[in-house]
Design a protein around this ligand. Structure first.
Ligand code: R5P
Length: 287
């Protein structure tokens, strides 16, 4: 087996190769002056099982083209390719919310399977994205890693809180691994980065609160939840997510109101202290 990493996922690809105990492949990836991408696979791969690790965060479109070129070039050289996309960009456009809208998550699935024979991702925004693939496709749940991380902390009567009903299942799993209570705020989205949140149904008495979400993008959801929970009597507020998209000054905004911010390394940031490499290694061995 050989693991290749796209330009934004090299560190994670190296870790995955280390966990599997196999080589890291070499590819030349560059951009022409007009912005077009160039990919050349340097390591011989004929007849090999190959993993390509590439998250498709900002710059999404560049990272996607890189991924498509890598998968197809590997297929052209007779490799058996598994695409690992730890963060599935465009995952929030998982269906047409209005007539005529492109279902971006589906279009991307169709392009991935041009070169890949199997697909692995981590906590997609909606699980039904997997149904857009006609190749074996699995989603790995990294929420237990958040539970394990905070198990090392001495939290005071912790409560795990989802910022909205949609993240409740994930919060429940984190609470399960911490052995504590779970609750969720109510969120209404007014527009991109603009939400109103209430926590009227949650009563706290100095309890430490761990807010968990799949994605933090503008940070608006987390900041509004943290404010609501403070007003309900929260003690320390910790924040964790799987995918730290962090647009603009999201992390700074969260730091002003929360005591800790941590994420996984599906997207590499300074807050990505939880590694998903072991989960990916296990998943590709199984699939
Ligand atoms: C939405 O359904 C997601 O689970 C996140 O809550 C959302 O993407 C976070 O966005 P933002 O950080 O911009 O509020």
């Amino acid at each position: 087996m050989i693991v290749f990493g796209g330009s934004f996922s090299q560190g994670l690809a190296e870790e995955v190769a280390g966990k599997i105990g196999c080589d890291l492949g070499v590819a030349t990836i560059k951009s022409f002056p007009d912005g077009e991408k160039y990919v050349k696979i340097e390591t011989p791969v004929e007849g090999e099982d190959v993993i390509v690790v590439q998250s498709t965060q900002r710059p999404q479109d560049e990272n996607l083209m890189e991924l498509f070129f890598m998968l197809d070039a590997l297929k052209d050289q007779w490799a058996d390719v598994t695409a690992v996309v730890p963060y599935y960009g465009y995952g929030r456009q998982d269906r047409a919310f209005a007539a005529g809208e492109a279902v971006a998550a589906k279009t991307i699935a169709k392009h991935i399977e041009v070169g890949a024979r199997k697909f692995v991702t981590i906590n997609p925004h909606k699980d039904h994205i997997l149904d857009y693939f006609d190749i074996p496709a699995v989603a790995v749940d990294a929420s237990s890693l958040i539970g394990e991380y905070f198990n090392e902390w001495e939290l005071n009567q912790p409560v795990v809180v989802a910022p909205d009903a949609g993240s409740r299942d994930m919060a429940q799993r984190v609470a399960g691994s911490l052995g504590c209570e779970c609750a969720n705020c109510e969120k209404k989205r007014l527009g991109p980065g603009k939400v109103v949140t209430s926590a009227e149904n949650i009563t706290l008495d100095g309890n430490d609160v761990l807010i968990v979400d799949d994605i933090i993008d503008s940070g608006g959801t987390i900041v509004e939840s943290a404010k609501a929970l403070r007003s309900r009597g929260a003690g320390n507020i910790y924040v964790a997510c799987i995918h730290p998209v962090f647009t603009g000054n999201a992390s700074e905004k969260i730091h002003k109101i929360a005591d800790e911010l941590v994420a996984t390394n599906t997207i590499q940031t300074e807050y990505s202290k939880i590694s998903v490499a072991g989960l990916i290694a296990d998943a590709v061995k199984k699939i």
